[in-house]
Design a protein around this ligand. Structure first.
Ligand code: COA
Length: 238
């Protein structure tokens, strides 16, 4: 299994990227397994919050599996799979909060995946970057679009155009992660945050998450109309 899925207490479930020998590089098999897990989570009323993490000491994920670039499955096949099974979009529209607990390297898709989560907590050893331009391509799993939505555009531009990774404290200062904690506290702190969210009414958490994401796609006036509609629904949700 390239992904481990464990249900814990209090409605919390862990998703562990599990290819530690290759720094949890995301290959097609991992994408497929994540796709299935996320569908199971969507349909499981017992699960109210997900936490993503990486196996091993070195990395959350060193990004897309570069050994699959230009090989089987083909580039065309890989792009088609991405379009048809848009993991990031599924995560953003999942009506349950998702936390990324990031340690070590989080590069390329290894930070694009956390950007599709709702909160990012980093260990103090995290190294975060979009190295693609220094490797002969550009970010292509949403990095050029999601990063400037998380942090100011000039800083996003610096990260994207240089490809240089930044440390956890810098990512915190820029707002790319919301907290930095000692490595050994990472999972406990992620779980504490998960508990905080699962202690709130799940229907309201779902509606609020939806309002944020749907609104982000719209003009301010249209977004406020969406908020009003969802707020009305919230009145009857609890
Ligand atoms: N895809 C496939 N395999 C990867 C990988 C990736 N993205 N990142 C690391 N690996 C593999 C290495 O090939 C190596 O495998 P091996 O032991 O069979 O040789 C193993 O993971 C450990 O990596 P290594 O490079 O030896 O570790 P390091 O500590 O010296 O360097 C990095 C760490 C992250 C700096 C380096 O692995 C790296 O630059 N990885 C590629 C990052 C990347 O290009 N990501 C894709 C962006 S789209």
């Amino acid at each position: 299994m390239t992904v481990l899925y464990e249900k814990a207490a209090d409605g919390i479930a862990w998703v562990t990227l599990n290819r530690p020998d290759v720094l949890n590089a995301i290959n097609m098999q991992m994408r497929d397994e994540l796709w299935d897990i996320l569908h199971a989570v969507r349909d499981d009323p017992d699960v109210r919050c997900l936490i993503f993490r990486g196996a091993g000491d070195e990395a959350f994920s060193a990004g897309a599996d570069v050994t699959e670039f230009g090989t089987a499955p083909s580039y065309v096949e890989a792009r088609r799979a991405r379009r048809e099974r848009d993991l990031w979009w599924f995560m953003m529209t999942l009506e349950k909060p998702i936390i990324a607990a990031i340690h070590g390297y989080a590069l390329g898709a290894g930070i694009e995946l956390p950007m599709a989560c709702d909160f990012r907590i980093a260990a103090d050893d995290a190294r975060i970057g979009l190295p693609e331009v220094s490797l002969g391509y550009i970010p292509s799993a949403g990095g050029t679009q999601m990063l400037p939505r998380h942090i100011p555009i000039g800083i996003a531009m610096q990260m994207i155009l240089t490809g240089d990774p930044v440390d956890a404290q810098t990512a915190l200062r820029w707002g790319l992660v919301q907290r930095v904690v000692p490595r050994e506290r990472l999972h406990a702190e992620a779980e504490a945050l998960a508990r905080q969210v699962t202690s709130r009414p799940p229907q309201l958490v779902a509606l609020a998450k939806r309002s944020v994401h749907e609104g982000a796609e719209l003009s301010l006036s249209d977004a406020i109309a969406v908020e009003s509609k969802l707020a009305e629904r919230a009145l009857f949700a609890t």
